[in-house]
Structures are given as C-alpha cells and as structure tokens.
Design a binder for this molecule. Structure first.
Ligand code: NAD
Length: 512
C-alpha cells in the first residue's frame, strides 16, 4: 500500500514538474521520449524539473536543421553575423541576473558566483564580436611573376558541443558563439543536470537574430554523446568535462574523422613561498580552494607550503572556518552545496581515504548541517595536511571544498611534485621574489600559471591552455585558437597575366 502511494506521488511529481524543451529549427519543442532525467535543486534535493533523453529521430532532426541552415549562414556577410553577436552580448547583459538565478537553482553555486559564471561567458561573446579581425587570412603578393598567394578561413559546417555541470553558462558560451560567428551552425548538448541556462541563452540568441536552425539543442547522456561522436554530418566536437568522458569522446570522435577539443579534469597546485604576502596569499588560497564548493576545474585544490610557510597552516584553517556554507540564494553564502548526493558521498569518501592513509584532517566539513536545508548536499571547507603524493586524496580530482596540503623544504621539490602530477590545467605561485616567480613559471609543466593570481583563467583574447592530462586535441578553446578550431584554411594561388604574355608551350616541369 505504502509503495503504491509513493509511486502515485512520484508520478504526480513528474507530471507537475516543468519539462525542458528541445530547440530544433528555431522552435522549442516537447520531446516525445519516454526517458526523462529529474533535475534537482542541490540545496534541497527537491525535483525542480525534468530533462528528456532525446530520441534518435529528434537528434537526427536537430542535425538536419543545422545542416540545412549552414549554407545560408556561412554565406551571410561576416558583418551581419557580427551584428547578431553584438545584439546577443547586450541581451546577455540585460538578462544576466535571470540566467544567474537559474544557475543557482539547478547547480547550487551562490548567486554572486553564478553572475561571475555568466560574466566570464559574456566576455567570450564580446570577444567573438571581433571576428572581422580574428578571421583574417594571409596574403603574399608576387610570389613569382604575376602570381599572388592568399589564404582565407572558412567555417567547417555543423559543429557540436558537450558541456559539464559546473559552469552552466560560461562553458556553452565558450562554444557556440565562437563557432557560429565563424559561419558554422551548432548542435549543443548541455549537461543534463543544469540545462536551464543554456535554454535561456538559446532564446536570447534567437532574439538577437540568429536564423532558425543555426543553433539546435538536444538533451541526454551517453546515447546523445555517442550520436554526436558518430554522426557523419558533424565536423567538430567541443567537449568540457571529466577525463572519463573526455578521453572516450576524443577517441570516438577522432576515429570518426572529426576535430575534437577536450578540456578535462585537474589537480591544481598553489605553491606558497615563505616570502609571499601572507595576508593576501591565505585569503587567495581559501577563496580559490573553497569558492563554488571546489567545483571548478581551476579550483586551487592542492597547496604546497615551502620552508617557513609551513607555519601558516593554523591561520589557513582559521580563515577557512570563517566561510559561510548555505544555499546559494541565501544572503552571505560563501559556498553552496555539491551537485548531487553521490558527489557528496564521493567527496566524503576521499576525505576518509586521507585519514586511512595517514594524513591529518585539520578541518572536517563532512558533518556540516545547514539550517533549513537539511537535505542539501553540503560539505563544509575541509583541510587535509601531511598529504603525500602517493595518497588517493592527492591522486584523484576531489571536486569538492577540500584543500590538500603538502610541504617541501625547497622550490625545486615543489616543482617536481607539480610536474610529476599527470594533470596540467592550472597552478599558482605566491611570492614577492620576481626571480622565484620567473623560475617557477618557466620550469613548471602546466598550461596556465598564476603569479600571485590563484585562478589564472586567461581572458578570451588569449586561449584556455590547460595541458597534459587536462586536455586532448591540438587547438584550445576561445581566443585565436578557438577561431582556428572552428575554421579551415583555403589557400589560393592566382596568376593574372597581361594579355600579350601568353604561354608559348606546355609547362611540364615543376615550377621553381
Ligand atoms: P562529466 O564528464 O560527467 O559530464 C560532462 C558531459 O559529458 C555531460 O554533458 C555528460 O552528459 C557527458 N558524459 C558524462 N559521462 C559520460 C560518459 N561516460 N560517456 C559519455 N558522455 C558522458 O563532467 P561533469 O561532472 O559534468 O563536470 C566536472 C568535470 O569537468 C571535472 O572533472 C572538471 O575538472 C571538468 N571541467 C573541466 C574544465 C576545463 O576547462 N578543463 C572546465 C569545467 C569542468
């Protein structure tokens, strides 16, 4: 009887929850699937919506719409495409708070941090508006008599994007605006856990004048991903997410002849020198380790205290204790919940593994209770010290509000630890000595280095240059490399002779 009542309640919940639509050929349409995934508010674990696992026919219709829209969009003047993006950046600014609200509801991060999520994506849209300079080709006149050589960049066709849950606005905005301003059409698959921001961003792009079919959105998990990797009309895939998914997508997509760029997991080290500005460094470490509940690929999740800086550990702990853990929409919240109960369990198990393997837990956030949000996936700031590189909590990306702390006597030892770690996403050094900063920046084998900057994510006129196990592919996201990824070069060699200089015999020899 109780089971029947519970089942009826579950059905009622499902019927009442709003469903996320597909976006195909300019229309927001209800999926005909019978497979749905619940979306939860991570602060309460209440079901707040349902996202469809798109059917094969829906996914095929979305790619067909991209393909149909491509020739006209590619032929649309670059100035007109630029105008769409100029209107788009304005509409994103006007709707920034609404997008942020959706992010906090589905993803859990604080409202201020969610606004930052939108803002950093907006910067990429603004950068994409420079397409008229970014997409220029090259020319070399007079390579021989009457002959000129020039190249130009052309769109690839249909491109696709697969996004993670942790930046619901910024990461989709790394993808389709850059691809589309180059003249490509785009198939987006947002994270099934946080589709809301992408849907609103799609509506705003339509309102900015993007023609029907230029952007299409499907939803789902593995089947949608396999569909994207295998579809012959998709020429390039942009992926951001975990190594497990990214390596699989890179391998499967590449095997099918597609360009693939895959940004993946990380273990980012902050090296603290004893000559650093202590006050700044401790504040930066705490902010970068625990902000967004550590669910950032550039979170500074590992500290290496060098020499006398080891003595700063008690103050680091005191500062971490001052952070307010609460639902993201509550005033004063510094960090919100983790995305799912499973993510919380995984993080708690990794903390436990540190204890089992001989580390010391100086601050333990596992038992935290947040008043009014007792069912949320909260973990408070946690600091594990005496960590060794062989320990599980060091080797795995924790992706939670956990700072693991190692100690060394010298900078050289710290550099060795960072370079022996397989990931190469980001790192930071804290020092007041320029020579130390220079040595670290040059010797460390990590793609993005901060000097007294804890989260060195490059602005969009540069590119996101994570390296080693944090990246697969050869062309990075946004900046000049983003334009390269979404375009192919065509090179023209042309000869225009005066009328009286006609060839007198066939040219059978290779021209020199
Ligand atoms: P995820 O890999 O679980 O999901 C990312 C996307 O891949 C989603 O759209 C999901 O539907 C799909 N997916 C998930 N598992 C899959 C599988 N086995 N096969 C095929 N597709 C699959 O990642 P996440 O949990 O959403 O995001 C967190 C991860 O993303 C972390 O590892 C983080 O470091 C990484 N990340 C990296 C960057 C970067 O720029 N390097 C930025 C943000 C997040």
């Amino acid at each position: 009887m109780a089971a029947a009542v519970a089942a009826a309640a579950a059905v009622r919940t499902r019927i009442l929850q709003p469903t996320v639509k597909l976006f195909i050929d300019g229309k927001f349409v209800e999926s005909k699937t019978d497979k749905w995934i619940d979306i939860h508010n991570p602060a309460t674990n209440e079901v707040i919506g349902r996202v469809p696992q798109s059917t094969k026919a829906e996914m095929a219709a979305a790619v067909a719409a991209c393909k149909r829209a491509f020739p006209a969009w590619a032929d649309t003047s670059i100035l007109s495409r630029q105008q769409v993006l100029l209107r788009y950046q304005q509409l994103i600014k006007e709707n920034l708070k609404e997008i942020a609200r959706l992010i906090t509801m589905e993803q859990g991060k604080t409202l201020a941090d969610a606004e930052g999520d939108v803002f950093r994506g907006l910067q990429v849209v603004e950068h994409a508006c420079s397409v008229t300079s970014l997409m220029l080709g090259e020319t070399m006149p007079s390579i021989t008599k009457d002959m000129d050589l020039y190249s130009y960049r052309l769109p690839l066709g249909v491109c696709a994007g697969i996004a993670p849950f942790n930046f619901p606005a910024m990461i989709p905005l790394w993808m389709f605006p850059m691809a589309m301003v180059c003249g490509n059409t785009f198939l987006m698959k947002p994270s099934e856990r946080v589709p809301g921001a992408t849907m609103l961003l799609a509506k705003l792009l339509q309102d900015s004048g993007a023609p029907d079919g230029t952007l299409n959105i499907i939803h789902g998990q593995h089947e949608a991903v396999n569909f994207i990797c295998d579809h012959p009309d998709i020429k390039a895939i942009s992926f951001v997410g975990s190594n497990q998914a990214g390596e699989y997508i890179f391998e499967r997509g590449s095997r099918n002849g597609k360009r693939v760029q895959a940004n993946m997991g990380a273990k980012n080290h902050g090296v603290v020198m004893p000559d650093a500005n202590k006050e700044n460094t401790l504040n930066q470490l705490v902010g970068a380790a625990f902000g967004a509940a550590g669910q950032r690929c550039m979170a500074l999740s590992t500290a290496i205290l060098v020499g006398e800086a080891k003595k700063w550990l008690p103050e680091l702990v005191e500062r971490a204790k001052t952070l307010q853990v609460n639902a993201g929409d509550q005033p004063g919240a510094d960090l919100g919940p983790l995305i799912t109960p499973q993510a919380k369990e995984r993080v708690c198990n990794l903390i436990d593994s540190g204890k089992q393997e001989g580390a010391s837990i100086l601050l333990d956030g596992r038992k935290i209770k947040v008043k009014g949000y007792e069912n949320g996936n909260f973990v408070g700031p946690t600091i594990i010290s005496n960590v060794k590189p062989s320990m599980t909590c060091y080797k795995e990306e924790i992706f939670g509000p956990v700072l693991v702390v190692l100690e060394t006597d010298t900078l050289d030892e710290a550099i060795k630890i960072v370079n022996d770690n397989p990931y190469g996403n980001g790192t930071a050094i804290f020092t007041t000595n320029g020579a130390t900063a220079r040595k670290y920046s040059h010797m460390v084998d990590v793609g993005q280095v901060g000097v007294n900057v804890p989260i060195p994510v490059p602005l969009p006129m540069f590119s996101f240059t994570g390296s080693r196990s944090s990246f697969r592919g050869d062309t990075n996201f946004y900046g000049k490399q983003g334009i390269q990824f979404y375009t192919q070069l065509k090179t023209i060699t042309s000869q225009w002779k005066e009328e009286d200089s006609t060839l007198s015999s066939p040219a059978v020899v290779m021209p020199t």
